[in-house]
Each structure stands twice: as structure tokens, then as C-alpha cells.
Design a protein around this ligand. Structure first.
Ligand code: PGA
Length: 249
């Protein structure tokens, strides 16, 4: 399967800034032969701008950073799958560590979001990962198991082909501390194994991305590891030049 390189722009960029970065990315990647799939997750307000700017780049898609699990209704401040699709998004992130830890999202809510977005035609990148405290107390497997079981509890078998998992150790996000090859290899191996328990044989074709302080100079090494099918990039995706280097790493 083609490696997936995804850009999480978090709460950065106005519409004009998003348009400029996406257009620069399209320029940098056009005519570069790459079999990589590129996904850009701008803030909600810039999804349509980014989608328009990346329209000519066949390998690129645009996604949203969150979604609410209802078609419509009295959910002030929330956004539905249909609204995201209408804006030009084909992907959505669920369970990003900042939503789990800053916005206090429960495993159960992440599971409802994942299943609902998939059932409504979006591709979903479910994020999982342990905190430093959890890792140091030897709970890595337990945490990943809990997040995968709850995150995938309601997913219909027919939707698994539109699912990806991003393993992002919380202690490596935005900290400059990347998981070493041994740590990443171990966590991805465990994740693949746990996925098999939850999804059965279909788990083999679900892409597993690594995220957490990915930079142009560590991207190739991470992509070479077993069970690393792509990268989810935060800080280093905000500039087109550095993200393009990661796409081409
Ligand atoms: P980072 O963020 O690359 O800045 O560590 C990754 C993420 O939060 O998805």
C-alpha cells in the first residue's frame, strides 16, 4: 500500500495562510514522482480553501481534525460529517491526543465519532497513544488495547477499508522527542497485533501511521520500520518546504 503522509495543522492558519501553504505544497510536489498519499488536515474554516488549492494534485486529499457523531441538531459548536464532506474533506481525525487530554474526550466518545464518520462515508484516522506516565508504569499495551477496543467498538466490517490508525505517543507530540526506532517498532507491532484481535483478518490492510515530532531528518528512518505505513506530522507540516521534504523522504 502507498505510504500515507499526513499534515495536522491544528489551530494554525487563516484561510489565506492555508491557501498559500497548500498552493506551495502543490507546486513543490507537482511533477515529483511519488507514490505517497498526502492528507492535509487544516482547521475547519480553511478546509475548502485547502481543498481548492490541492485540487490539481492527484495524490492529495483534505481532512478535518474532528467531527461530531450526529447528522444534525442542537449541538452548539459541533460539526457533522455531511458538513465536512460539503467543505471538501474526505478524511477526519478522531481521538487526537489533544482532544483526549486537553478537551477531555472519552474513549467512548472517540468510538462513536469513529463509527459515525465511517458510516457517513468519510475515511477515518483514529489516533491512539500513551502518556509518559502510562509508558513508565508499564501500561503501554493496556492503554493501546483500551483505546483500540473502545475506538473501534461500533465500526461496521464494511467500513474497515476506510480506516487508518495513527500511533502517537503523547510524550513525543510537539516535544521534539521522537520515539526511537525500537520504541516505535515495538508499539507498532503491538498495535498491529491488538488490531488483529479487534478486527480479525481485515487488520492486516489497515495503515498504521507514526506521529510525534516527525521532522525531515527522521522521516525516512521511521518509514523504513516494520508496520510503519505512514506519518502524521504536526509542527513540521506548517511550512510547505519542510512537509514536502517529509513527503519525499
Ligand atoms: P508534532 O505533532 O509533529 O508537532 O509532534 C504531531 C501531532 O500532534 O499529530
Amino acid at each position: 500500500m502507498p505510504k500515507i503522509i499526513a499534515a495536522n495543522w491544528k489551530m494554525y492558519k487563516t484561510r489565506a495562510e492555508a491557501r498559500e501553504t497548500a498552493a506551495a505544497l502543490a507546486r513543490l510536489l507537482t511533477e515529483k514522482r511519488t507514490d505517497r498519499q498526502v492528507i492535509v488536515y487544516p482547521p475547519f474554516t480553511a478546509i475548502a480553501e485547502a481543498a481548492a488549492a490541492l485540487d490539481g494534485l492527484a495524490c492529495a486529499a483534505v481532512g478535518a481534525q474532528d467531527v461530531y457523531p450526529a447528522a444534525e441538531g442542537a449541538f452548539t459548536g459541533e460539526i457533522s460529517p455531511r458538513m465536512l464532506t460539503d467543505a471538501g474533506a474526505t478524511w477526519v481525525l478522531t481521538g487526537h491526543s489533544e482532544r483526549r487530554h486537553v478537551l477531555q474526550e472519552s474513549d467512548e466518545l472517540v468510538g462513536r465519532k469513529t463509527a459515525f464518520a465511517l458510516a457517513n462515508g468519510l475515511c477515518v484516522m483514529l489516533c491512539i497513544g500513551e502518556t509518559l506516565k502510562e509508558r513508565e508504569s508499564g501500561c503501554l499495551r493496556e492503554v493501546l488495547q483500551r483505546q483500540l477496543q473502545a475506538g473501534l467498538a461500533e465500526v461496521a466490517p464494511g467500513d474497515i477499508s476506510r480506516l487508518a490508525i495513527a500511533y502517537e505517543p503523547v510524550w513525543a507530540i510537539g516535544t521534539g522527542k521522537v520515539a526511537g526506532p525500537d520504541e516505535a517498532r515495538e508499539a507498532h507491532g503491538i498495535t498491529r497485533e491488538l488490531l488483529r484481535d479487534v478486527l480479525g483478518a481485515a487488520a492486516a490492510s489497515v495503515p498504521l501511521l507514526y506521529g510525534g515530532s516527525v521532522k525531515p531528518d527522521n522521516a525516512a528512518g521511521l518509514l523504513a520500520l516494520d508496520n510503519v505505513d505512514g506519518l502524521l506530522v504536526g509542527g513540521a507540516s506548517l511550512e510547505a518546504e519542510s512537509f514536502a521534504k517529509i513527503v519525499l523522504a
